[in-house]
Design a protein around this ligand. Structure first.
Ligand code: HAM
Length: 416
């Protein structure tokens, strides 16, 4: 027997019963993002591998372990959106068109991870990036964070937790990594295997390792905000104060470092405890140097991305499947011919309608009508054909009435 194919591991079909939830969330996002002044941008699903390596960091887990490459071409499927948006911002001189570009994207991302609950190889993000010379203001940090919370609330989520931190400027980050190496050196052999590698490659990631032994060691380091220079600390204080005035609840977590290299200053993550180990619904932060590092203008930027699969996992499928308004039931060949034309006609009038394309028994067709959950059934038999009427049945009340064939469209429009 020939093989029955399955969906690739770590990917999912979004089935018709699930699609309405996705559509609803996307519609909510488009609306709210427009209110905050964001414009949609669509970039390719793949880019030069080097773009991701330079942006996310050669030593980041995503680049080291999770890139899905199209090897010969030197291309990779996008593991996230920020690098592509910055590439496009530079390539299209968007800085010359608007002092502060507020861009957003909705789409699939790809990471070659070991699949588990909430961790997929193809997943979807809604992300925003605010880029420009005018973007370095605590107001914008607070607004972007508040926007991520606003979106989650609008999706119907509650019970999530917002953590924020500041990594400081790139000088602060350098000093901090030196401080961490010095402190962690004597604990090196007690760290987990991953963290032993991180010690060289990306020492910050040791701070958010979930291994209990590493956690114990990290806790004892007593990390406050001592790694921040005075202007970074002042900036972060303003961000926190502004969040308070906006009524956004947060927790400051000195262990929040994020896995992508481009971050500086404010970083944040929103988690939901119902999700298990992959509990981040979304995350983001400021990236002051990325645009410049990719040979663009020296402008600052901040953004975030929310993971749609995890949001749906946390809240469940909620939107109702759209059912048809009217199901057309025909008895006999002549009636089928006539109803097929009516079907086309009432669809053009904006009414959703279905019929059985085969002239089977009335019982059979009524069963299909039931299944379609149609609000009305319209029946055309031999007698109705002769009288130029149709029988209109309200499926909720069970009431039936004869309606002139010529006025049925108007009558339906009034009833629906
Ligand atoms: P990220 O933390 O790598 O950040 O991903 C953001 C969100 O995408 C995560 O919190 C999670 O909800 C979802 N996500 C990530 N990987 C997976 C996966 N394998 N399966 C399912 N969901 C996943 C970024 O991507 C940054 N580009 C965010 C950003 C924008 N920072 C600044 N601007």
């Amino acid at each position: 027997m020939s093989k029955i194919f399955s969906v690739p591991r770590g990917t999912t079909d979004i089935l018709p019963a699930e699609a309405p939830t996705w559509r609803l969330m996307e519609a909510i996002a488009h609306k709210i993002l427009a209110i905050y002044g964001y414009q949609e941008i669509r970039t390719p699903f793949f880019e030069e591998t080097a773009l991701f390596a330079r942006s996310l960091g050669e030593t980041s887990d995503v680049v080291q372990k999770q890139m899905l490459n199209l090897e010969k071409e030197g291309l990779s499927l996008r593991p996230e959106g920020t690098a592509s948006i910055v590439r496009s911002y530079i390539e299209n001189n968007i800085d010359k068109q608007q002092p502060l570009a507020k861009l957003y994207y909705v789409g699939a991302m790809f990471r070659g991870e070991r699949p588990q609950k909430g961790r997929l190889r193809q997943f979807h993000q809604i992300g925003v990036e605010a880029i420009g010379p005018n973007s370095s203001t605590p107001f914008l940090d607070a607004e972007v964070i508040a926007l991520s919370v606003h979106l989650l609330e609008a999706f119907g989520l509650s019970g999530f937790k917002l953590k924020i931190n500041s990594l400081g400027s790139s000088e602060d980050k350098k000093a901090f990594s030196g401080f961490l190496r010095e402190k962690l050196q004597k604990h090196l052999s007690a760290l987990c295997e991953d963290c032993q590698q991180r010690f060289e490659r990306n020492v910050f990631r040791i701070l958010d390792c979930k291994n209990p032994a590493c956690r114990d060691i990290v806790k004892k380091l007593d990390i406050g905000d001592s790694h921040l220079g005075s202007s970074s600390r002042e900036y972060f204080t303003k961000v926190k104060d502004t969040l308070k005035t906006l009524g956004v609840f947060y927790e400051v977590s000195p262990y929040l470092v994020r896995g992508l290299d481009y971050y500086t200053h404010t970083v944040f993550e929103i988690s939901h405890e119902g999700l298990g180990s992959q509990d981040a619904l979304g995350a983001g932060g400021r990236y002051s140097n990325l645009v410049k590092d990719l040979n663009g203008p020296p402008v600052d930027a901040i953004g975030f991305a929310l993971g749609l699969e995890r949001i749906i996992l946390a809240k469940g499928q909620t939107a109702e499947v759209n059912f048809v308004d009217v199901f057309l039931v025909a008895l006999g060949e002549a009636a089928s011919q006539k109803l097929f034309l009516l079907l086309n006609d009432i669809r053009h009038a904006g009414i959703s309608a279905e019929m059985s394309y085969q002239s089977n028994s009335i019982k059979n067709q009524m069963r299909l009508a039931d299944k379609s959950k149609a609000r009305f059934v319209l029946i055309l038999g031999e007698n109705e054909l002769k009288e130029n009427v149709v029988m209109l049945k309200n499926m909720q009340s069970g009431e039936q009435e004869k309606v002139s064939y010529d006025t049925i469209k108007e009558v339906l429009k009034k009833r629906l």
